[in-house]
Design a protein around this ligand. Sequence first.
Ligand SMILES: [Zn+2]
Ligand SMILES: [Zn+2]
Length: 312
Amino acid sequence: MFLSGETSEGGENSVAVALGLLGDEWNLLIIRLAFLGARRYKDWHDQLGIANSVLSSRLNGLIDAGIFVRVPYQKRPLRYEYRLTECGKDLWQVLLTIWDWESQWVSDRPVPLPPMVHLECGNEASPILKCGKCMKPASVKDVRGAFGPSGSFERSVPRATTRRRSVTPDNGGIGLYSETIAMIGNRWSATALALVFFGASRFTDFLQLMTAPPLIVADRLKTFCDIGVLQRTTPAKGSSRREYRLSPKGNALFPLVITLIYWGDQWFRSPEGPALIFTHMECKSDLIPTLYCSVCDHELTRKQVGVGGFVL
Ligand SMILES: [Zn+2]
Ligand SMILES: [Zn+2]
């Protein structure tokens, strides 16, 4: 996929909002636990070993973003629980693509991942990304991206709002794997990952587009190479120019990136229109990223997917 198009004026677009919200280790963990049944403050506090101030600020931010809603469950004393809204529940595809990438590509797992079961057919399965229109596969090779009316690189990079602490939660295996955190657990990594799929390949591309300090850019690219998601190549013989290319392990992150951007577009689209328009080259339609069961080939729906004994 290579992104092309004009620049546009304005603030953060839906890509930046989605990357900012999900490109945060704690937000990812909080949302993931909510899908596994967490409702009350104590559920997250006890299971994640998270500081009160961090948990409160993340929950409030997720409420402001419309991912959670606070609902009273007890009158005296008044107590609230936090429920995923429709916008929050709609993240199930994003979480499922994270699960799939971890199960296929992260070999150093301290705790085995629970299997995904497609309840409709009863089989242990995995999600396959396809075009919702023609139902043919939608890999990175089959999809072209272009900026829409609210699209531009500047507007697709999340702005720093608060200084986020770098933390490695000790949460007894409930958490995401370290490679997942390294890929999308903070704003810079999530942005760099999206830029790779948008066509950035040289160090200077990332430096210019991320508007991050060079040390951070270099650190993220090195981490991606260490994990094996990016490979360094020399495009021409004798050239000193180095480029970064996605490895197969990196290409396998495409469903995660595309479902995350699509989710952002569904819920945070700018008034001018979409930030990105994806075309499925096979059928030339706008891509509706859709997950299918690897066993029965039926479309997956949220209520028909179970992971670790929970129905998403
Ligand atoms: Zn198609
Ligand atoms: Zn199935």
